[in-house]
Design a protein. Structure first.
Length: 325
């Protein structure tokens, strides 16, 4: 968790042509995060380069209270997308580059949607994994071949540098940061208050243009709900397809179209999610957590958790448990 949590300052950099929806995401998500007695957990500031009002891509401007000097005091900087990102960006105006240089080396930098182009133009994403909106991914790869672009995910957390794929993925990423800072109980409370899911299944693949299914097309939703109640049991692909009353081939096709993932990968993600919940909310031994989440053994749990969040089960519990140990 971040230190001095009550004083953690989030600075949102609004650039000319900013998209209003994305600009409001950090204030809404971080501003809703509070202690159990209602105390704020984040101090949110919004700045422009010169402190003046900022033109949006809508028919109005937005007044801010700070200029780019606020970036020097940030613990987390969030850059929403802006209209100039729709053009080729392989260099930055001197004023923006100078503002970015004010960000402390210890601060997290978060971009939403095509604002990742700003970080790439600065070289901050070289040899790093990152994402952006799937529609701009090919252009991004062509301009910045050193960046390890992954257009299949909703967001990428590469420690200090975090990138979100698109508008709503900015919500996903901000909730992820609240969870990383304060644990799932706080993040889930924020999600409930904002009436959004605490996490979403699949990646960007589920949002890429594809033919719309007929209204009476078969769905795997009921089978997914059924499977989630049986994560501790072995669930074969044949069993899942049978529950959905489909052939295996048809089931796999519908499943991937609806979630963006093959059934096995989706099921593993849900089991890891459940294991994380058990580590956070219970004192069950690690082998019991592995068994009840359907991951089998403590070794398997360690392997999957390391691949997902990069830590061991005991370290995860120490960081995110509701009652500190």
């Amino acid at each position: 968790m971040c230190k001095n949590l009550a004083m953690h300052r989030v600075v949102v950099l609004a650039l000319d042509g900013v998209y209003p929806f994305e600009l409001g995401i950090p204030a809404k998500i971080f501003g809703t995060a509070t202690t159990e007695d209602g105390g704020p957990l984040y101090d949110i500031r919004t700045c422009s380069l010169d402190g003046a009002s900022v033109r949006t891509d809508a028919d109005y401007a937005i007044a801010v209270t700070s200029d780019s000097r606020a970036l020097a005091e940030a613990d987390t900087v969030v850059i929403p997308p802006f209209s100039d990102c729709d053009a080729d960006i392989d260099w930055l105006p001197a004023e923006l580059a100078a503002a970015m240089a004010l960000i402390p080396p210890t601060a997290r930098i978060v971009t939403i949607c095509t604002a990742a182009f700003v970080l790439a133009a600065l070289g901050l994403l070289d040899d790093r994994p990152a994402t952006t909106h799937w529609k701009q991914a090919d252009r991004f790869r062509a301009q910045f071949p050193r960046v390890r672009m992954d257009a299949d995910v909703l967001f990428v957390d590469d420690d200090r540098i975090l990138t979100a794929a698109g508008s709503a993925a900015g919500i996903d990423l901000c909730l992820h940061l609240v969870r990383r800072d304060h644990g799932s109980a706080v993040a889930n409370r924020v999600a409930r208050l904002c009436i959004v899911p605490p996490w979403r299944e699949g990646g960007q693949a589920q949002f890429i243009d594809r033919p719309v299914p007929e209204p009476n097309a078969a769905s795997t939703a009921a089978t997914r709900a059924w499977a989630i109640t049986r994560l501790d049991q072995p669930l074969s692909l044949a069993e899942l397809a049978a529950h959905a009353r489909m052939s295996v081939r048809t089931f796999c096709r519908h499943f991937r179209a609806e979630t963006g993932l093959p059934p096995g990968q989706w099921l593993t993600q849900r089991r890891v999610d459940h294991a994380r919940h058990l580590l956070e909310a219970t004192e069950l031994p690690i082998d019991r957590v592995a068994a009840e989440s359907g991951l089998g053994t403590a070794a398997s749990l360690r392997q999957h958790l390391a691949a997902t969040v990069g830590v061991s089960p005991s370290a995860y519990r120490q960081t995110f448990a509701r009652t500190p140990r």
